[in-house]
Design a protein around this ligand. Structure first.
Ligand code: NDP
Length: 339
C-alpha cells in the first residue's frame, strides 16, 4: 500500500543567476492514483540535467517553462506499484519523465520498461538513457563522425561528454578532452582512454592548448560549453570541419545575453558547419542506440562515473552541482520514498 502523502519539489521563484535553495520548496501533496491507462510509479532515482535550468526562465523554447508553484519534472526511474495498462505489471522497473516527486502517476505511453540485466537501473538516466543517447545522436547523425578523425570534446568528464569520448575512441578517432579539474582529467586519461586531456581552468590559453594537441586541426568539435571553448575550437577547426552544437552550459545562468564568439568569420573562411540538435527529436535512433550501447557495456568498452545526492530534498543541491562542476559523471538523486 502506498503512503498517504506524496512529497514533491516545486519552483518557488525564478532563479536569477545561479539557483538558490530558496528558489525551491519541498511540499506534501495528495498521493496520486493511477487513472485509466496510467501506472503509479514509486520513484527510486531521479536525474538532474542542465536543460532544467533553462526551463526555469519564463520564455518559449523547445520545452515549456516550469511554472512557479508547480512541481518540477524530469527523468526518473522507479518501480510500478499499480498498473492500469496491460504492458506493465507491479514490480516492473520503468523510466519516465515525471520525477521531482516520490510517486508519479504516469500515462503508460510515456513510460518504458527497463532491463536491469543490461545495467543498474540508475544508468537508464545516464549512459543507457538520455545523456548516452545524446552522445550517440550527436556523433553519428549530427556530426557524421568517421574513424580516423580528430575530435575535441568539452565538459568531457560529464554524463554526455564521457560517453562521447569513449564512443569516438572505439570508432577509431583521436580524442582531445577538456574538463575542469585534475581529477576529471586523470579519469579521462586512465578510464576513458582519451589521447589528450587538459584542465581548462589551469591550461592557460585554450586555443594554444588545442593547437598543441591537434597540430593538424580538428575535424569535429562536440560543443557542451560555449564561450571561450567555442572560440578556441573555431580557431582550431580544419577547413570543412563540423561543430556538433549540443549545449552551452557556461551561459545557462547568465543574467545578460552572452557575447557571440569574436571569431565568427572563421565559420565563413573555413566553411564550417555548426549544427544544433535536441536528442528527443531523434527518438527513431533509440532502438539501435540500446543495441549498440548494451553490447559496448557487455564488452566492457564503456565506463562511467556517478555522483549521488541522497534524498528528494537535496535535488536542488544536486542541480547546482552541475554548474559548479562538483559532479563527476552523471549527477543523480537517490530517493527513498516510503513503501
Ligand atoms: P555534465 O554531467 O557534463 O555536468 C555539467 C558539467 O559542465 C559540470 O560538471 C562542469 O564540468 C561543466 N561546466 C559547468 N559550468 C561550466 C562553465 N561555466 N564552463 C565550462 N564548463 C562548465 O552535464 P551533461 O552531460 O548532462 O550535459 C552536458 C551538456 O550537454 C550541457 O550543455 C547540456 O545542456 C547538453 N545536453 C544537450 C542535450 C541535447 O539534446 N542537445 C541533451 C543533454 C545534454 P567541469 O568541471 O568540466 O567544468
Amino acid at each position: 500500500m502506498a503512503a498517504a502523502e506524496n512529497r514533491e519539489i516545486r519552483l518557488k521563484s525564478r532563479p536569477v543567476g545561479l539557483p538558490e535553495p530558496t528558489d525551491f520548496e519541498l511540499v506534501s501533496a495528495p498521493m496520486p492514483e493511477a487513472g485509466p491507462g496510467q501506472i503509479l510509479v514509486r520513484n527510486l532515482w531521479m536525474s538532474v540535467d542542465p536543460y532544467m535550468r533553462a526551463r526555469m526562465i519564463d520564455r518559449k523554447s523547445y520545452l515549456p517553462p516550469y511554472q512557479i508553484g508547480q512541481a518540477l519534472d524530469g527523468h526518473a526511474v522507479g518501480e510500478v506499484v499499480t498498473s492500469n495498462d496491460p504492458r506493465f505489471k507491479p514490480g516492473d522497473m520503468v523510466q519516465h519523465r515525471l520525477g521531482w516527486r516520490d510517486y508519479s502517476a504516469v500515462a503508460a505511453q510515456d513510460a518504458t520498461v527497463i532491463d536491469p540485466a543490461v545495467a543498474p537501473i540508475q544508468a537508464y538516466l545516464g549512459t543507457v538513457g538520455m545523456p548516452g543517447m545524446t552522445a550517440y545522436v550527436g556523433l553519428f547523425r549530427i556530426g557524421e563522425m568517421k574513424g580516423g578523425e580528430t575530435i575535441f570534446v568539452s565538459a568531457a568528464s560529464g554524463a554526455v561528454g564521457a560517453i562521447v569520448c569513449q564512443i569516438a575512441k572505439l570508432k577509431g578517432c583521436r580524442v582531445i578532452a577538456s574538463a575542469g579539474s585534475d581529477d576529471k582529467v586523470g579519469w579521462l586519461e586512465r578510464e576513458a582512454g582519451v589521447d589528450v586531456a587538459f584542465n581548462y581552468k589551469t591550461v592557460g590559453d585554450l586555443g594554444a592548448a588545442l593547437e598543441r594537441a591537434a597540430p593538424d586541426g580538428l575535424d569535429l568539435y562536440f560543443e557542451n560549453v560555449g564561450g571561450a571553448h567555442l572560440e578556441a575550437a573555431l580557431d582550431n577547426m580544419k577547413t570543412f570541419g563540423r561543430v556538433i552544437m549540443c549545449g552551452l552550459i557556461s551561459q545557462y545562468n547568465a543574467t545578460e545575453p552572452a557575447a557571440a564568439p569574436r571569431n565568427m568569420f572563421t565559420i565563413v573562411a573555413k566553411q564550417l558547419t555548426l549544427r544544433g540538435f535536441i536528442v528527443s527529436s531523434n527518438l527513431d535512433m533509440r532502438p539501435q542506440f540500446l543495441v549498440d550501447m548494451g553490447k559496448w557495456i557487455a564488452d566492457g568498452r564503456i565506463r562511467w562515473q556517478e555522483t549521488v545526492e541522497d534524498g528528494l530534498e537535496n535535488a536542488p543541491k544536486a542541480l547546482l552541482a552541475l554548474f559548479q562542476g562538483t559532479n563527476s559523471g552523471k549527477m543523480l538523486v537517490r530517493l527513498d520514498p516510503p513503501a
